[in-house]
Design a protein around this ligand. Structure first.
Ligand SMILES: Cc1cc2nc3c(=O)[nH]c(=O)nc-3n(C[C@H](O)[C@H](O)[C@H](O)COP(=O)(O)OP(=O)(O)OC[C@H]3O[C@@H](n4cnc5c(N)ncnc54)[C@H](O)[C@@H]3O)c2cc1C
Length: 445
């Protein structure tokens, strides 16, 4: 019998909560018990809890915490394939493999994400234009289905299950083990060039011009800038360094313990912050060599950074647009956000190459633009405006960040949804795996 503990869980956005019975099974047998014990309520897996909305939450149901599935099982230097349990996080991967000359090919901007979470959202990084998403490097997955059976799925075995599980937000079953390929690296450092971009056009043109020759492309965008400065920001162009020598020390760790009251997040203060950040870069830019940890995971030097958005949490609107409409779509989103006077510390832009194998994966050939917004009056309405802009431009929203999308918009943004549903009907006919997100977006149909 599994020992379930009542707990309230939330995710990075701190806007959604679930009261749920949790268990952290260690190993396959314990996981089998937790998955197969009869219960009326739904079941969902919870990794690092770094999605922003309700993808990992199941209010009133049962939640399997993957924190005890935390073993790196093997590494083959010749094939570069690592095998690990799904609860292993990117801190463990970094510490184990970077000193040995290998690195994960794709990560999120925080190392607290687990490998299971990386698969279940098929995450994309600032090198998507060059290497694709995490799922593109996965060789196979061991998945525990609702029946308790463990199936191995890959590109040539149980292919439909494989494609539904990449980006499948945990609805096909619990990912138990993952095989994926690391990439060799010349050092533990990156050479990074920071350049000021005066507006959205210069930003997009420069990113487009650099797609072919730069490994990592990522922009911080001043979401408070308007008019002729709309979309100005700082573009980061990064490549692996040939050596560690000369790397600047990592920034000191400064935990954010204080939750500021909502009134402090007024637009004038946010504008002061974004102006200061933009102007802190000299007009000619800056070139820096830095360790891979601060390069990949800049926010991890401020644990609890999500608290800065105040007691009600925040929403992230993470959009993706196809190349032919990316300029018009991103500009329209920026204008909607500034017109609503919504206010944000952080907006980011990064290029994407074509879609991967996952039926619900986010990336498409084009550009991603995301903006984090403190949760306050008017933001839900702004989200509805942005959702319409995204639909009108043939784009989509990223479920890893989402808490507000409508079921209708979701169905229109993800054309492979019917193929996904067909797999769900086969592997989980009783719909045991459910989340607050799957119900909100009517993913089962
Ligand atoms: C600061 C920050 C920066 C980020 N940057 C990026 C980025 O650059 N690119 C990007 O793509 N994403 C980014 N993200 C989002 C994040 O990568 C994804 O939400 C990721 O899925 C979170 O992984 P997790 O282990 O925390 O999973 P959770 O948040 O716990 O869960 C996310 C989903 O995965 C499912 N899941 C987790 N483990 C399993 C398992 N073992 N089996 C089945 N399903 C499972 C859950 O049910 C849920 O649907 C960022 C998040 C944060 C907080």
């Amino acid at each position: 019998m599994t020992a379930w503990t009542e707990q309230t869980l939330t995710t990075w956005g701190r806007s959604r909560y679930a009261r749920t019975a949790t268990a952290a099974p260690a190993g396959e047998a314990a996981l089998h018990d937790a998955v197969t014990e009869r219960a009326e309520s739904g079941l969902v897996a919870y990794g690092g809890g770094r999605c922003y909305g309700d993808a990992a939450l199941g209010d009133g149901g049962r939640t399997i915490l993957t924190s005890s599935l935390n073993q790196i099982l093997s590494f083959d230097r010749d094939t570069r394939e690592v095998v690990c349990e799904a609860g292993v996080d990117f801190t463990a991967l970094l510490e184990r493999f970077v000193p040995d000359g290998f690195c994960f090919p794709v990560s999120a901007a925080t190392a607290s994400v687990t490998v299971g979470g990386a698969v279940a959202n098929d995450i994309h990084s600032k090198n998507h234009h060059a290497v694709g998403s995490f799922g593109d490097h996965v060789t196979w997955i061991d998945l525990m289905l609702a029946s308790g059976e463990v199936v191995r799925a890959s590109r040539d075995r149980n292919t439909e299950i494989f494609r539904a599980t990449l980006g499948g937000i945990g609805l096909t079953g619990v990912i138990l083990r993952v095989g994926f390929r690391l990439m060799p690296i010349p050092s533990g450092a990156a050479d990074v060039r920071y350049r000021r971009m005066r507006d959205v056009d210069e930003m997009i043109d420069t990113i487009e011009g650099a797609r072919g020759g730069t490994a990592y492309l990522f922009a911080w965008v001043d979401a408070m800038a308007r008019g002729g400065a709309l979309g100005r920001g700082i573009l980061e162009l990064g490549d692996h360094a040939t050596s560690d020598s000369g790397a600047v020390p990592p920034p000191p760790v400064r935990p954010i313990r204080f939750v500021p009251p909502s009134f402090l997040l007024r637009p004038s203060l946010l504008r002061w912050y974004t102006n200061r950040r933009f102007n802190s870069l000299p007009p000619g830019g800056r070139d820096v060599r830095m360790g891979l940890a601060p390069f990949f995971f800049p926010l991890d030097s401020m644990p609890g950074f999500n608290r800065v958005y105040g007691p009600r949490g925040f929403y992230s609107i993470h959009t993706g647009f196809p190349r032919q409409s990316q300029r018009a779509g991103i500009r329209a989103v920026m204008e909607a956000v500034t017109t609503a006077n919504a206010g944000s510390f952080a907006a980011v832009m990064k290029p994407m190459r074509g879609p991967g194998d996952g039926y619900l994966s986010f990336p498409m050939e084009g550009m991603a633009y995301a903006v984090d917004l403190p949760r306050r009056r008017g933001i839900e309405e702004l989200h509805a405006v942005v959702e319409r802009i995204v639909l009108d431009h043939g784009g989509r929203l990223y479920v890893a960040k989402d808490a507000l999308m409508t079921a209708d918009a979701f169905a229109r943004m993800f054309p492979r949804l019917e193929r996904f549903r067909k797999v769900l009907a086969e592997v989980d006919p009783d719909r045991r795996f459910q989340s607050d997100m799957s119900r909100r977006l009517a993913i089962h149909g």
